[in-house]
Design a protein around this ligand. Structure first.
Ligand code: TNX
Length: 493
């Protein structure tokens, strides 16, 4: 059994001679696939201990021509799969290896990134790091949206920390990094139109810990880093609740013009924007316009959760104003499940999280044309402790061991929800109790690998997963990533 996570749709091992990386091995790719080709070359080079260069592929169709006698890993764009939904087919890929060469084929660059992730696991989780077995892998994701939401507001993570999170996402074929940039405790992204937000509200964090924020240049680098691995960044500005940092930085957002103190606790639901304050709507327009200008991609996330101090009618009007700001910036809306109470444009992504709440409004929103992103807290809130007494994490949604994160089916988890409305699965990690990169990694690993398989693979098999994931510990160790040695797996390091 090849130790691949998430499990590919089809693996045929053929028992012939393997491909060996030797001095002289090259990566061949057309110019359009230079991104994944660089990733593949780096992975091969690290496994082999010498530099593997990238060369521009000769014209399509002539790749076995006289000009390429050297052992090669060849990337090709093509191989459309007719009859498969385009949002899934675009990331499908084929990987074949034999003694003569390795071929990665996908209709898109993103799909070549997924193929590269498979190739990387074939090298890093097996005993001989320079040999690829004689194999044909045909693979396609179950869901188009496979993400992780990271809270950098309660505790700050540096851009370098987030870059290592992006590496991890790419390694497990996750394609969305959702960044929860603002909350009561801090505002973490500098916006050119509103410099006072970061100037006044980024220094602190929960418990009086040091804060921080991303500059415009940091953010641009982060977005590029993600794109170079086939990962899309979805930034979240959380309104109309979770806004104490904004109210602190911008006194005019307060009805009496008086800014509240900075907040370093962990309560939720006490702050709110106000529709009758004249500054509110221009503020929403500015922040979402800046966010759109700074971030490529289709979506902006406007939060919308836990606005316990916003009267229901005002909540609907404020979410409406935020939706308008996102649309005016040319983007589509993502919001936490509470936004289902407001009228939403067709195609809005509603992110379900609160497994204690009645899902009926989300089911109704889906019937009216919304798509649903599944983040059920009792399965994928990776800030929940692994077990009672675990030194990190919360437990309001229960403890989540590796098996709990793995053993659920997105198609049946919400009663009454049309499975066709599910756009995907997103894990989340909130940082009230997590202060460092190691804290975050030790909560993500190994559970993020389990969620990745739920989101990518069409059927679950726990016994197979626990065997396949075991040797991944060795690559986490080599990469210097903290992880939790769940007793549910016989780890191999
Ligand atoms: C709920 S999930 C929250 C966050 C907390 C988290 C802690 C959501 C949309 N809101 O504000 O950080 O629980 O697990």
């Amino acid at each position: 059994m090849l130790p691949l996570v998430p499990r590919p749709a089809s693996i045929r091992t053929r028992g012939g001679a393997p491909f060996a990386i030797v001095p002289g091995t090259v990566v061949l790719a057309p110019a359009a696939a230079a991104g994944p080709a660089e990733v593949v070359a780096r992975v091969l080079g690290e496994a082999a201990g010498f530099v593997v260069p990238v060369q521009r592929a000769p014209d399509e169709g002539s790749r076995h021509g006289a000009g390429t006698p050297r052992p090669a890993v060849v990337l090709t764009l093509g191989g459309e799969q007719p009859g498969v939904a385009p949002d899934r087919a675009r990331e499908g890929y084929r990987l074949t290896a034999d003694a003569a060469g390795v071929h990665l084929t996908s209709p898109t660059v993103d799909g070549l990134h997924r193929a590269a992730a498979t190739l990387r696991q074939l090298l890093e989780t097996r005993a001989t790091s320079t040999i690829i077995p004689d194999v044909q892998i045909d693979d396609i994701p179950r869901y188009a949206w496979r993400g992780l939401s990271v809270d950098v507001a309660r505790h700050f993570l540096t851009a370098a920390d987030l870059e290592s999170v992006i590496e991890l996402l790419a390694a497990y074929k996750l394609n969305v990094l959702h960044v929860h940039l603002t909350d009561d405790q801090g505002w973490r992204l500098d916006l050119p139109s509103r410099p006072e937000l970061v100037a006044r509200s980024s220094a602190g964090a929960v418990g009086g810990d040091p804060g921080g924020a991303y500059s415009v240049a940091d953010w641009a680098r982060l977005v590029r880093h993600a794109a170079a691995r086939g990962v899309t960044v979805v930034p979240e500005i959380d309104v109309p609740g979770h806004v104490n940092a904004a109210l602190h930085a911008v006194p005019a957002l307060n009805p009496d013009g008086v800014a509240p103190e900075v907040y370093q606790g962990t309560a939720v639901g006490f702050s709110s924007l106000r529709r009758d304050v004249p500054e509110t709507v221009p503020f929403l327009a500015d922040v979402f316009a800046d966010l759109a200008a700074m971030t490529p991609g289709r979506y902006l996330h406007l939060g919308g959760d836990e606005a316990h101090h916003t009267p229901p009618d005002e909540y609907v009007r404020l979410v409406g104003a935020a939706v308008q700001a996102v649309r005016a910036a040319g983007r589509e809306v993502v919001g936490w499940q509470e936004i289902a109470a407001a009228p939403l444009p067709e195609g809005t992504v509603v992110q379900l999280w609160d497994t204690r709440a009645d899902p009926a409004p989300v089911v109704a929103a889906a019937r009216a044309g919304a798509r649903v992103l599944l983040s059920p807290a009792d399965r994928v809130y990776l800030d929940m402790a692994y077990r009672p007494g675990h030194p990190l994490g919360l437990d309001w949604a229960g403890c989540i061991e590796l098996h709990d994160a793995y053993a659920w089916d997105p198609a049946t988890t919400v009663p009454g929800l049309d499975p066709a409305a599910v756009i995907g699965v997103e894990a989340a990690i909130w940082t009230e109790t997590l202060r460092t990169r190691d804290d975050v990694m030790a909560m993500l690993l190994p559970r993020l690998a389990a969620v990745a398989e739920v989101a990518w693979s069409s059927s679950g098999d726990w016994e197979s997963f626990r065997e396949r994931v075991a040797p991944h510990a060795a690559s986490w160790d080599r990469a210097g990533l903290a992880w939790y040695p769940s007793p549910q797996v016989s780890w191999r390091r």
